[in-house]
Design a protein around this ligand. Structure first.
Ligand SMILES: [Zn+2]
Length: 246
């Protein structure tokens, strides 16, 4: 069966194909991640060619055929190219980290409109400078983990079930999750999560305002969540964007 689909999309990547065409990876509102060929896009007269760039938020029309791996994109209009993100190195780094997570960790044709709206919302917030890009990335990362099915519970201890408080250091291992300070003292095989790190994680997960966090804490949490994700997804190699925009 084939259908003409009109939907919104965020461009994840673009590759040259043949003499004049490109193959793009898109995260769409209607169909999740798709690959699509855009014909004639590399000619200088192509209107679509100028707007199909990674990160851009588009309105697209494509011919969908379920039996085909690569769909055919017939039209695209620009909704936003996030001009402020592209002028700021930190905003670029974190925005491309988001694009990378979506590209590498979502399955093709697995629709998730909530995730799509989440991506668009966070990119707009980074672009509008609502908060430092690092915090907004952190907020996206914990949301994304829960959408993937790897939510990191912050309320109950993974061993005794008691409420975890942030008054003293808590523990973590990637199998059990977070544990309370009492269980941390009586069990081995857990690493300590510093109080500031835990409080930062709480702010991210509960959408609380972040007053001030040391850059080191932000980095430590990104690192912890990256390792947590690697533990659960064997072929996840970590976030390259953090290596590129150091
Ligand atoms: Zn406990």
């Amino acid at each position: 069966m084939s259908a003409i689909i009109k939907t919104e999309a965020v461009v994840l990547s673009k590759l040259n194909y043949g003499d004049t065409s490109s193959i793009v990876s898109l995260y769409t509102e209607s169909d999740g991640k798709i690959s699509a060929i855009v014909k004639g896009v590399r000619s200088s007269k192509s209107k679509i060619g100028k707007i199909i760039e990674p990160l851009n938020h588009l309105q697209i029309i494509f011919y969908k055929k379920n039996t085909r791996d690569v769909q055919i994109l017939s039209n695209a209009d620009l909704i936003s190219y996030f001009v402020n993100i592209k002028e700021d190195l930190d905003a670029t780094k974190y925005s491309f980290a988001i694009i990378e997570l979506i590209k590498n960790l979502t399955a093709e044709h697995e629709e998730n409109p909530k995730l799509f709206r989440g991506i668009v919302k966070i990119l707009n917030m980074i672009n509008d400078k609502k908060e430092p890009p690092a915090y907004l990335f952190g907020r996206f990362f914990v949301f994304f983990l829960s959408e993937l099915g790897y939510d990191l519970a912050i309320d109950k201890c993974g061993i005794c079930g008691k409420q975890i408080t942030s008054n003293s250091a808590v523990g973590i291992n990637f199998q059990v999750g977070l544990i309370c300070s009492d269980c941390l003292k009586s069990h081995s095989g857990f690493e300590t999560v510093a109080t500031e790190l835990f409080n930062y994680l709480i702010c991210l997960k509960t959408n609380k305002k972040i007053i001030s966090v040391k850059p080191k804490t932000v980095e430590d949490l990104n690192n912890l969540l990256e390792r947590y994700l690697k533990y659960h997804v064997a072929d996840f190699k970590g976030i390259q964007s953090f290596q590129i925009y150091k």
